[in-house]
Design a protein around this ligand. Structure first.
Ligand code: AMP
Ligand code: MG
Length: 335
């Protein structure tokens, strides 16, 4: 079996979106990079005071780390691991912020007719993408598919606890948690008085204010088939932009590309799209919608994005053709 794997040894995913442009104006730019949530996190702050900029970046990085420790499906001490281990035997108290996040995931599942489903874990685990990936036996996938179903997450509003209706179910918040974490980290920056900044967690970006001397930040979107090349750029302020792509975590076996975004109905990598980029008010929404639209495929995915108010998107289909939610968004794109 010919099997090519595309990974770096430390599990770093190349950032899907890069910052481009040059510095001008009075404030200076401060930039730090760290590996958190298995990806490259880059925070850029424009500020008059280096001390305040660095304090903000430190606080935002700690917040991202806190969310990773809470929601990682692979950390033995995380809350998600506890839910996955014990959630079939009884409901686990999760606190207000995670309870609300889990409510959001279920809302996204029903809005996308189940294309987005955080109960994908029993199947996602079989593909083992964190360790390079492998094609699971069809019988094994078939045996786990009945455990996938967001309708079987049980909520207790008064205790803010969650559990599972079926033994063996599990949560994987990988399609929404990065965006959610970026939003939380941006709140930290704002609470410290920072008004112009970008947080980029491996292609999940939240942007406030503008680059010094400009009234926007220029953001580049990764080309899904040309590593290191940009598909397009956008000039943005006070928004979030997130890309889901089949180039982020994948391997090729016998000429077939297997990637990490799975179709809940079949347990197989979703076909039809190479990447989906979404611009929305929050990184949480952009992250979840990008994954949902990717699974839905170019036609249904575009309809899904168009139906959500205040949202814009760009889908690259499996032939490389570009599909825009609206002409205004297409006109915003630079080359
Ligand atoms: P993203 O890169 O945001 O599109 O999220 C992909 C990640 O979400 C995968 O690595 C899995 O952890 C998880 N995932 C895969 N397929 C789905 C799905 N259909 N719905 C929700 N989460 C998924
Ligand atoms: Mg996502």
């Amino acid at each position: 079996m010919i099997c090519l794997r595309y990974w770096s040894s430390c599990g770093v995913i190349a950032a899907a979106i890069f910052m481009v442009g040059c510095l001008s104006g009075k404030e200076d730019l401060y930039n730090e990079t760290k590996i958190i949530m298995g990806t490259v996190v880059q925070i850029t702050v424009a500020h008059h005071s280096e001390e305040q900029a660095r304090a903000g970046i430190r606080a935002a990085m700690s917040e991202l780390q806190r969310v990773d420790d809470l929601l990682s499906v692979s950390k033995p001490g995380s809350l998600v691991t506890k839910i996955n281990r014990e959630g079939s035997s009884g409901k686990i108290p999760v606190g207000a912020e995670v309870f609300s996040l889990l409510r959001d995931t279920v809302a996204m599942s029903s809005a996308s007719d189940g294309a987005f489903d955080a109960t994908i874990w029993p199947v996602a685990e079989l593909w083992d993408f964190d360790k390079g990936g492998m094609v699971p036996k069809p019988t094994l996938i078939a045996s786990k598919l009945p455990l996938v179903g967001y309708q079987n997450i049980l909520f207790d509003d008064s205790a803010m606890s969650v559990g599972f209706a079926r033994q063996g179910m599990g949560l994987d918040l990988g399609a929404i948690a990065k965006g959610w974490a970026v939003d939380r980290a941006m709140e930290k920056l704002k609470s410290l008085g920072i008004r112009n900044a970008i947080i980029d967690a491996g292609g999940d970006l939240r942007i406030i204010g503008a680059r010094p001397g400009k009234d926007f930040w220029k953001i580049g979107v990764q080309h899904p088939r040309e590593p290191g090349a940009l598909l397009t750029t956008f000039s943005l302020r006070d928004t979030a932009i997130v890309t889901s792509g089949d180039y982020e975590r994948f391997f090729i076996a016998e000429g077939i590309r297997y990637h990490h975004i799975l179709e809940p109905a079949t347990g197989q990598p979703a076909r039809g799209c190479r990447s989906v980029t979404v611009v929305a008010a929050t990184a949480e929404e952009a992250d979840a919608c990008a994954t949902a639209a990717f699974v839905l495929g170019p036609q249904k995915g575009l309809a899904f994005l168009r139906a959500r108010p205040g949202l814009q998107g760009l889908i690259v289909d499996d032939r490389g053709a570009l599909h825009w939610t609206d002409e205004a968004f297409e006109r915003m794109a630079g080359r």
